[in-house]
Design a binder for this molecule. Structure first.
Ligand code: RAM
Length: 356
């Protein structure tokens, strides 16, 4: 297991006070890069990285602290890396984690002359007409956190989807003593990442024939909706014994619902959470363990990958590699995928060390 607290970006973020200043865009450099993607790409590892590229970081939605961590300068995320590299980074999105909320933000970024789009997709397909149009114009499209496989140049994956699905099921199965009714509180029904993870959870659940997955409900990465759907589960399934919520918003909302003597120790909850939001519930025993990766490292890596690709230093072919500063060297794997690392388990023994 990797330890997010030791990952390179945190060391980098300590240096933020001396971060490289923003370079002013050179129209020549920018337009040269903007047309490069439409012609056949040849990697040149010795080429310097372009500076002054207009990069837009587009999370599923704004106002989700997970994405604030993955994206912001302060946390050492994508915008920090872009600043370090001398690019012009901006975060933009809608307020709801839906394609209809996110697409206008993507279109706005294209209109503003984007050279790079770094996107957590709200839907694997619905964004494709817009993203394919961007790629046809030579704009580099990189997905991070949630993929749209048919319409991007590179996918920056936080941990293998199977690894994430397996870890969630293994944690809850242990707590449920391998038996009883289980439900899932997911994000949006179209969320590519949650849907892929849930697919792997279903496969892993075959190892536990006495656990029945009774229902998947959708909290939309919205606290109020996640609370309502969790309460609905408790009413509909009075014998429910476990909940997995593979969304940082959903698991925190579900934990707040279960944080009473009535449920603690009777209905088990795990998921993918952020340590600051989950600390209270870990310490009081409502959520003994949950998993995640380092969101800031994910954003940081996505920015380095995008700039290397946009600059023609790498292509998206298997085996292409680049250096993401102190995070280390990364290599493109199958399906144009770059993998950050392994999921990490948080519990009472380590939760106090994390500050995101
Ligand atoms: C939410 C979002 C995000 C997911 C995390 C675990 O913040 O759905 O896409 O990766 O949870």
């Amino acid at each position: 297991m990797n330890n997010p607290i030791k990952s390179g970006h945190l060391r980098v973020s300590l240096l933020s006070a001396v971060a490289v200043g923003l370079a002013i865009a050179s129209m020549v450099a920018v337009s040269g890069v903007a047309t490069a993607a439409s012609s056949p790409r040849v990697a040149n590892a010795t080429r310097p990285l372009e500076k002054g590229l207009k990069a837009f970081v587009i999370p599923k939605n704004l106002g989700n602290s997970y994405f604030t961590t993955s994206d912001s300068v302060k946390s050492g995320g994508a915008l920090f890396a872009l600043r370090q590299l001398g690019e012009l980074g901006t975060e933009t999105s809608g307020t709801a984690a839906t394609p209809s909320s996110q697409i206008p933000a993507i279109e706005g970024a294209i209109t503003k002359g984007a050279n790079i789009l770094i996107i957590s997709a709200t839907d694997p397909d619905a964004l494709c007409p817009t993203l394919k149009g961007a790629m046809a114009r030579g704009i580099t499209v990189v997905t991070y956190d949630a993929d749209a496989p048919a319409c991007r140049d590179l996918w920056i994956e936080q941990a293998t989807s199977q690894g994430i699905g397996d870890i969630e099921v293994d944690i809850i199965a242990k707590e449920m003593h391998d038996t009883g009714q289980l439900a899932i509180v997911s994000a949006a029904p179209t969320a590519p990442n949650q849907n892929v993870w849930i697919g792997y959870m279903k496969t892993e659940l075959k190892k536990f024939p006495h656990i029945q997955l009774v229902k998947t409900v959708y909290g939309m990465d919205d606290t109020a909706t996640s609370t309502t759907v969790t309460e609905g589960l408790l009413t509909a399934y009075p014998n429910l014994k476990g909940i997995i919520s593979p969304t940082t918003v959903g698991v925190a909302a579900a934990a707040a619902v279960l944080d009473t003597a009535k449920y603690r120790g009777k209905i088990f909850l795990t998921g993918l959470g952020t340590p600051l939001a989950m600390k209270k519930y870990v310490l009081d025993g409502t959520v003994p363990e949950f998993a995640l990766w380092n969101p800031a490292s994910l954003g940081y890596l996505a920015a380095y990958a995008a700039v290397n690709f946009a600059s023609g230093v790498i292509t998206n072919a298997v085996g292409q590699s680049f250096k993401a500063s102190t995070l280390g060297k990364y290599t493109v794997g199958p399906d144009q995928t770059i993998l950050l690392g392994l999921p990490f388990i948080f519990n009472k023994s380590n939760i106090a060390q994390f500050h995101f």
